[in-house]
Design a protein around this ligand. Sequence first.
Ligand code: NAG
Ligand code: NAG
Ligand code: NAG
Ligand code: NAG
Ligand code: NAG
Length: 697
Amino acid sequence: MNAYIVGVLVPLVVTVLLRNAKNSKKRGLLADVGGEPGYAIRNHRFTSPVQTAWEGISTLAELFEHSCEQYRDKYLLGTRELISREVEVTEDGRSFEKLHLGDYEWLTYGRAFEAVCNFASGLAQLGHRKEERAAIFADTREEWFIALQGCFRRNVTVVTIYASLGEEALCHSLNETEVTTVICGCKELKKLIEISEQLDTVKRVICMDDEIPSNASYVEQSKSWTITSFGDVESLGRENPVDADLPLPADIAVIMYTSGSTGLPKGVMMTHANVLATVSAVMTIVPGLGSKDIYMAYLPMAHILELAAENVMAAVGSAIGYGSPLTLTDTSSKIKKGTKGDATVLLPTLMTAVPAILDRVRDGVLKKVNAKGGLAKKFFDVAYTRRLSAVNGSWFGAFGPEKAIWNFLVFKKVRAILGGRIRFVLSGGAPLSGDTQRFINICLGAPIGQGYGLTETSAGATFSEVDDTSVGRVGAPLPCSFIKLIDWPEGGYLTSDSPMPRGEIVVGGPNVTVGYFKNEEKTKELYKVDERGMRWYYTGDIGQFHADGCLEIIDRKIDIVKLQHGEYVSLGKVEAALLVSPYVDNIMLHANPFHSYCVALLVASQHTVEDWASKQGIPFTDFADLCEKAETKKELLASIQKEAKRAQLQKFEIPIKIKVLSEPWTPESGLVTAAFKIKREIIRKAFSEELSELYAS
Ligand SMILES: *[C@@H]1O[C@H](CO)[C@@H](O)[C@H](O)[C@H]1NC(C)=O
Ligand SMILES: *[C@@H]1O[C@H](CO)[C@@H](O)[C@H](O)[C@H]1NC(C)=O
Ligand SMILES: *[C@@H]1O[C@H](CO)[C@@H](O)[C@H](O)[C@H]1NC(C)=O
Ligand SMILES: *[C@@H]1O[C@H](CO)[C@@H](O)[C@H](O)[C@H]1NC(C)=O
Ligand SMILES: CC(=O)N[C@H]1CO[C@H](CO)[C@@H](O)[C@@H]1O
């Protein structure tokens, strides 16, 4: 499903805020729609869904060409110069790569357009026919964007694959879509070579790096792949131009493989019209978006949120500077000591972030403050509390001298971590906790709104308006969407519930994608067309509508399990409450209809658990050993039970037994998605023995 939440940071604008102060502005209004009965809401400014924000533009290819003509000499794509690459070896013999990166080197809109045309021509000259599909399998970078737009100009459908996807999923997506050309980096090419025996349709690889893996000749001989560098494809196209072959709005632009939480990934087919509707909707919602903005791009392009965001930026004349999560700030792990991170060189005004990254920023700041201790800590705490109460209730103190003083004394340093000019952040991947939302909001001096969307709805669904400072809600429907709640009686959620209508969230509009690739059955199950011709997508998420027409996500259908005595346990809700315990790095709650209670697999946080053990004087040989100890289990169980009580969970929702695990769950191990959501089915299989033991004892 790949649902995600979108958060927005924008500066406090006095006029807007005063208008909003504790009022009951209607942001969503009741809508008259067809299909299954329910409670439907639309954006307050648009009676029918927006299809395009640009007159006469109906595909992403047209949009890009139009924007390149308009902004010809402005900067579009920037990449940092690589000054040196070094390997640092730590005392215990582990080695880390450190990069020394220089300034951004820019391509103007005009030059980027040439690069795109050359790439498109080069692709044709290599022998890629336009009805064949091409895959882009790489980290986010300039070439990704050029390749994407190049394919669009040839009406070539692009298959996108998360760079961190496992082998099986990778084979599956390339096989299923019969990809003939893979556009990737050197690192990804190594992976392809390893699985080359299972890839029957791939004929060409375009490698974005100059360096090519040493045994590439193996696949050139045995599989007769042709491997060409990105630069050579561009030169080939420059010397032998081929006319564009532009797509129609209903042609498939992208097949996006999402890292599903169960089974193999599914390819979501998106038309040009689908993505354009989302891009258009975001345009109308965000004020002041334009050619003065600089966007920090570093999240995976294979995620619809990033893909939509970069297309929005390129449509309004903004500059896009590329970076990576490991080089983002001066203290990021791959940045050579004493040199600068991406954000401090780029000085972006806009960026996307996943909650995990915002959580990290928050923890980093708090750790620094706590380490300083004494006066500095007191000062920070006072400042934070003052600003919190300002943001919370009375708007006095939100502006004026007091805010200016705190900003100057305390929060300016925090802001400098991201360059100091951020005015807007899109956050995707998972729900952002209210605490982190408030923290980032206060420290960056900007409120965060939240939004909600899915790959299946080409990212768009709801988005909170900039003047909405509440936490925990995801806003009103985007101008391109209708949101309908329908009854789910088995789960106990009804649109007739009070004080708010509740139910399964169904999204309708021109942004709803055409379905899953080669998966008629799943498409039929989750997509429905009503008698008026509107497409609806059944999200499986449970939501409730506030009186002002804003949506709040409260649950997930698939995550609800019925216990032996008929009580429903919402796994996600309970996990979120238990994750608050400092001992918990990750947790999966398990429940089934054969038992009246829950159990949990708990990944312990090494740092806090070891701290506790040394304070208690508990001897242990290593962390794995410590996790096996009865004392540890007792302490951790007590801690999560305390958090459960604090969150007012029901007795039957609280796990009575746990298994403490020492190994973290990572996307590489396949236990969590690339967006760090736990994969229940896979974890359940991997730890089936541990789970049976928990139920047996
Ligand atoms: C674009 O490509 C698709 C798939 O090959 C094809 O069905 C469609 O007709 C093409 N569109 C145009 C305008 O040629
Ligand atoms: C891909 O297709 C080939 C040949 O049809 C097959 O051998 C291989 O197992 C397939 N791989 C996956 C992951 O489906
Ligand atoms: C390519 O080289 C790597 C490392 O040298 C090796 O692990 C891998 O098996 C090689 N692959 C093939 C297909 O020879
Ligand atoms: C701010 O509001 C939240 C929820 O409305 C409340 O829990 C919290 O205590 C408030 N904090 C302050 C400092 O007023
Ligand atoms: C591709 C797609 O679903 N297009 C639909 C978008 O929405 C309009 C109505 O809002 C429909 O007419 C299109 O068929």
